[in-house]
Each structure stands twice: as structure tokens, then as C-alpha cells.
Design a protein around this ligand. Sequence first.
Ligand code: UDP
Length: 471
Amino acid sequence: EKSIVTPHIAMLPSPGMGHLTPFAELAKRLISIHGFTVTFITLSSSQSPTQTDFLSSLPPSISSRSLPAVSLSDAPSNARIETILSLEASRSVPAVTSILKDLKTKTNLVAFIADLFCCDLFEAARSVGLPCYMFFPSNCLFLSLMLHLPTLDATTTCEYRDLPGPLELPGCIPIPGPDLLHPLQDRSNDCYRWMVHHGSRYHEADAILVNSFEAIEPNAVRILRQHRPPVHAVGPMIRDKSTDRFDKSGCFDWLDKQPAGSVLYISFGSGGALTKEQMVELALGLERSKQRFLWMVRSPLGEEVVGTNYLNEESQNDPFPFLPLEFVERTKEVGMLVPSWAPQVSILGHQSTGGFMTHCGWNSTVESLINGVPMITWPLYAEQHQNAIMLVDGIGAALRLKERDDCLVDREEIARVVRELMEGSEGRRVRGKAKELQEVAAVTVKEGGQSYEALVKVANKLKLERHVGVD
Ligand code: UDP
């Protein structure tokens, strides 16, 4: 029977663990603190084993409906991941409309919340009279760029890497053109058009939620709050360590034996991989640093484009043959290698973990900050280069690695920066900053904290929405 008391929300995250996880956390908070129930609608690319496992581990108060696959056979074979996800979303309008209609008959459906690549589905929600919200799973810097993009597109003609100076978005750290969002770096690619399209659609939302918080982006958060549609910073939202899957690698037995704060954790996220040459250099750099490390090691890139692992998180290939000869044997006293997929949140929360070499995916970044772990930035694609600049020059909780002119980060540089982070004086500064932010992050999501209260405001608005909708 249709519940007239419990307000219900339909959420539609883009495929990929980096999108599903903050959505699940948002859903859990709206359920436990604010009394909503939630249906997750997922696109068919969310059916990789890691994502399916994650979806089936969600609490029963979150129902799940998966959409049928849509044909993408007309997309070019080298289409970028952002193009694929956007196409999939835009072609799912009829299927989403019929799910929303059905939910309306069975629940007190008050709103639809989609994310960065799924705003075309606002059409489905509007057609059944639902308010449309967006949850942006990254930071204010990236969101500001997307909101500004239609103007930037209309007022410039050059590639962004050739812009005369860094791009200064309101309240944000300036970003040099070459470090702007990866999909914007080639105006002739479909992917660029999609980004401009999404940027213009964001303005149609009734409100936007963003997974950031005032302590790390103070000016941007304040400026965006006045934006129309209003932007509410409700982060940091990260998944709970209970969602880390059972650990087959034995890494916790190993971590338990290491001194507090002594281990550098290394991971490049669900889609990241290095070239063969770079992987060897990283291994030799770690060895040279003489620091302890726990490396989520992946097979190197072949000829494919960066980010192609994105929907196949657990790479199937065996990465060990790509490591330098006898590397494993030589480093067995200080190093632990975890192939394919690591229980990251638990690793970052372990007392032996003292640093994180990261690709700067936003979830990884936030998971690190919440645990007070300082970072070394190794951005690869998406918005990761912008995030790295923000972490090093803005927030001050990370150190950067310098590339050579041929783009390789060599072993000397890796050893130097790893030692600096774990033991040096610059390292002390970023370690201190990470610890300071850990405390602030814990406070902001508790009752009375800025992010908590921002979500209260949104929840109250959502509850009022139930009196409006049209049938
Ligand atoms: N993750 C994990 N184990 C791994 C690699 C990644 O648990 O071996 C999780 C990580 O904790 C984070 C998400 O996958 O929650 C990755 O999201 P992020 O935004 O950092 O990067 P993306 O994978 O989207 O590039």
C-alpha cells in the first residue's frame, strides 16, 4: 500500500564505484537521520561484479531497480567513458519515466536526484511532475567549472591548454589550462560537447548537493550557496568501512605488524593504471625510498586509453610479471602487494597507514582526509589534475611529484617525495594539515556542523515537495 507518511526519493547515480558510493552514503543519511526511503535506479553499466556486489550489500531500506541495456552500437569504438555514460543516460529517459510512474503509485515519491552525467534524466522526472535535484559526487572546483563551461565554450575558440592564463573560477584556486578536466582537452571530441551540454543542464536543477565541505573550499562553498540553483555542501560523504569486501590478501595481518603511521598506501582508483615503464620506475622508487608500502598493484596500460578499466574495476591480468626482476623478493620485509582491488577505507583507517599515493579521485581524496592521511598526488585523468592542484596548493595536505620533460616520474623523484612525506619537514607540514582536517571533517557532518545542517535544510525542503507534485 502507498505510504503517505514516509517520503520517498528516487536516486540515479552514474555507473562506477566512485559515483555509487557517495550516493549510497547520501541515501543512508537521508534514511537514518531524516526518515526517507530510497530507490536506487542503476544503468546497465553498473553491472560489473564490484558494483553488483556493492549494490547487493546496501541496507534493505534502499531498494534497487536496474535499467535495461540501451544500444550504443552507433558510438565510435574509441568513444570515451564519459561519452558512453552520457549516451546511456540520455537513451534511458523512457525506461526511467516508467519506473518513476510506477514508484509514484506505490510510494510517496517526492524527488528525483541524479548526478553529473545523468541530467538528461531530469526530463523523465519533470514529465511525471517531480522536482529534480543533482548530487555532484566531486568538489566545488569541478562543479564551478561545469557551471561556467557553457560560457567558457561560447567565449573562447582555442584548446583550453592554450588559454593565455590559468582559469580563475569564483572562490577557487586558479587552474592552468592543461590541468583542467581531461574530457575538455580536445574540443573536437564528442566528449567535450557532452560536458558543455551537461554544464548547461545543471542550471535546470532545483538544487545541487556537492560532496565537499567548507574547511577545504571555504570561498567556493560560500559563493555557490548564493548561486541559482543553490548549491549545498553536504560532504564529506564516504562509504563506511563495513562496505569493504572481505580481504583475501591478508593485508591486515601485515599492517597489524607495522609501526604506527609507517606505511605508504598506493592506489590509482578503479580505472587508473600506469604504463609499463612508469610501473617499473614506481617499484624502484619505492624500493629506493626505504619506506614501508602497501601497493594495490594493477597490470600496466596496453595500447588502450586511460580510464578504460573504469567499468571493469578488478583487472583480470596478473600484474606481477610487469614488476622488476626480484622486486617482490627484495622488498618482502617492507612491502605488501595487493593485486586488483584493496579494502581501501579500512586500509586508510588503519593505524599503521601514514601516507597515500593517490590518483586524486575525489572519493579517495576524501577517504584520506577523513582518516587524517596526507597524500602524494599522482593524477591520471578526469578531474584528477585539478584535484591535485587543490590538494597541494589550496588545501596543503599533499605533496606533488615532478614529471620529467618526457612525462615520466623517475625513481629518484619518487624516492625523494615518498621519504619527504613520511619523514621530512615539508612532510610534517602536510601531515599536520591532514590531521587538522580529520578533526574538522568529523565535526562538520555531526549535528550542529555546517554540512549536517546543510543536509537538514535540503531534507526539510524535500519533505515539503510532497505537497506539490502533479499526477
Ligand atoms: N576503491 C577500493 N579499492 C581499490 C580501489 C578503489 O575500495 O582497490 C574504492 C575507493 O575506496 C573509492 C572508490 O573505489 O571509494 C574510487 O573512487 P575515486 O573517486 O577515488 O576514484 P575513481 O575510481 O572514480 O577514479
